[in-house]
Design a protein. Structure first.
Length: 165
């Protein structure tokens, strides 16, 4: 993203506003709010997949860290239709000598997940490529929505991987 990590942090930690900028998030319900600046917030996210099904993930924020250099991490555990652990990492990109005034941040999301719904587990061997395609469309929409909300540019997502067990 062509911005500092601060506005990205603010956008990611304002959970109730996610449906305004991430087209595949249809609803966020706060279940428990932690004190400002602390981990412990729990929210239920209802998502719309590009292929038509909806699913809900309850996420508990387990760690929030912000360093003076702009590096930030937000970690959470999910339950519900997807079970696992996710980590947002915001890493400031060193300024280029050609454009020292341009700030950039590398936004990475890692999510280790198991399918919580029986139909998903049964269908996964046959629909693995469809699920992968759907996941990448959701993440691309999130990156586009984030950039639009922050009035900045986003590079094309890179380093897409799906780890299969």
């Amino acid at each position: 993203m062509t911005c500092s990590s601060q506005p990205v942090w603010e956008l990611l930690t304002d959970l109730e506003r996610w449906p305004q900028w991430w087209s595949h998030v249809s609803q966020v319900r706060l279940l428990q709010r932690a004190p400002v600046g602390e981990a412990g917030t729990r929210a239920a996210f209802t998502w719309r997949s590009p292929i038509g099904y909806r699913f809900t993930i309850d996420v508990l924020n387990t760690r929030r860290e912000r360093a003076a250099d702009g590096h930030c991490e937000i970690e959470g555990q999910s339950s519900g239709d997807l079970l696992g652990q996710g980590l947002w990492v915001l890493d400031p990109v060193p300024c280029s000598s050609l454009a020292p005034a341009v700030q950039e941040v590398d936004v990475t999301y890692r999510y280790e997940v198991e399918l919580g719904r029986r139909w998903m587990r049964v269908a996964a061997p046959l629909l693995r490529l469809v699920f992968k395609w759907s996941h990448f469309r959701v993440m691309e929409a999130g990156a586009r929505g984030m950039a639009a909300q922050l009035h900045c540019r986003s590079s094309k997502p890179k380093h897409w991987t799906v780890v299969q067990s």
